[in-house]
Design a protein around this ligand. Structure first.
Ligand code: FES
Length: 122
């Protein structure tokens, strides 16, 4: 990420059902890559929408607790850190900070969540 992107409002609280996600497309969020914003167990998370294994939308996956399972080959990712938790994915998904401003959900594209996995570990 070469330049700092502005945070954007992506939804209001209540717009994303529990264990659901919305996709903020790459042109809108400024990163050029689609970002999925998840709501699960009362918390919001954002990671890159495209699975790091092949082309699949993680927003269409199975969301449970702090994890999402890819709808194509069932790799699981941590919504907190972006870590790939099982094969066939081994590359972490990039995380993005989500902030609540009153009842508005704001996304900070390209700002990783603290503690996020950013490197592939051998
Ligand atoms: S496309 Fe996601 S695990 Fe293969």
């Amino acid at each position: 990420m070469s330049e700092k992107l502005e945070p954007i409002k992506v939804a209001d609280v209540g717009d994303i059902e529990d264990e659901e996600a919305i996709v903020v497309d790459g042109a809108t969020n400024g990163t050029g890559r689609d970002i999925a914003v998840f709501f699960s167990d009362g918390k919001y998370y954002a990671i890159d929408d495209t699975c790091t294994h092949e082309e699949a939308s993680l927003a269409d996956g199975w969301i449970e607790g702090e994890e999402v399972e890819c709808p194509i080959h069932s790799a699981r990712f941590s919504l907190c850190t972006g870590a790939a938790l099982c094969l066939p994915a081994s590359i972490p998904a990039r995380t993005h900070k989500v902030e609540l401003r009153g009842d508005e959900i704001w996304l900070h594209p390209g700002v990783p969540v603290e503690g996020a996995v950013t490197q592939v570990t051998a």
